[in-house]
Design a protein around this ligand. Structure first.
Ligand code: K2U
Ligand code: ZN
Length: 171
């Protein structure tokens, strides 16, 4: 297993639209395992392949309290969205230290291939619903700060550029 580098906003590669996974093979399973290791190490509850500069439709998540219920979603598609919406404060491993409110569907149904290549459906509510919608945005090249005002987004952009520059200087 390996820890992967997570792209930092405003890296333009975060705006790449992911392509479908052609085959659920050992390469994809290894990538999913490396993404899970990276997600757990970063104390995240989800991670999209886009964030580790792999532009294929693969998401990993674990919203369990015990942090031992990993879910791998390959070629995920949202098949149903609740009419009910919820506003939740979100963060993002590609935008560290920034949290802000985003309105999303309170619950969704997602169909995907698992790491065994078999199709499954997940009914996500609560944090899992927010997470899967957040990750599905990543796969279409969208970062949650794009739901915020231009003023907030510009301030976040400036802060992230400075943070990355300071880290590189101190490395
Ligand atoms: O995609 C990512 O950057 C991972 C996010 C996913 C996420 C965002 C908002 C709400 C739920 C999940 C990270 O897990 S951000 C860190 C985090 C951890 C626990 C709860 C919320 C956010
Ligand atoms: Zn994110």
């Amino acid at each position: 297993m390996a820890r992967l580098t997570i792209l930092r906003y405003p890296d333009p590669r975060l705006h790449t639209v992911a392509r479908s996974v052609a085959a659920v093979d050992d390469r994809i399973r290894r990538l999913a395992d490396d993404m899970l290791e990276t997600m757990y190490a970063a104390e995240g509850v989800g991670l999209a392949a886009t964030q580790v500069d792999v532009h294929e439709r693969l998401i990993v998540m674990d919203t369990s309290d015990t942090r031992d219920h990993p879910i791998v979603l390959i070629n995920p598609e949202i098949t149903w969205r609740s009419d009910e919406m919820k506003v939740v404060e979100e963060g993002c491993l590609s935008v560290p230290t920034i949290y802000d409110k985003v309105e999303r569907h309170a619950s969704v149904k997602v169909q995907a291939l698992g790491r065994d290549g078999e199709t499954f459906e997940m009914h996500a509510e609560g944090l899992a619903a927010v997470c899967v919608q957040h990750e599905m945005d990543h796969l279409r090249g969208k970062v949650f700060v794009e739901y915020l005002s231009a003023l907030k987004r510009d301030r976040i952009r400036t802060k992230m550029i400075k943070k990355t520059r300071d880290e590189q200087r101190d490395a």
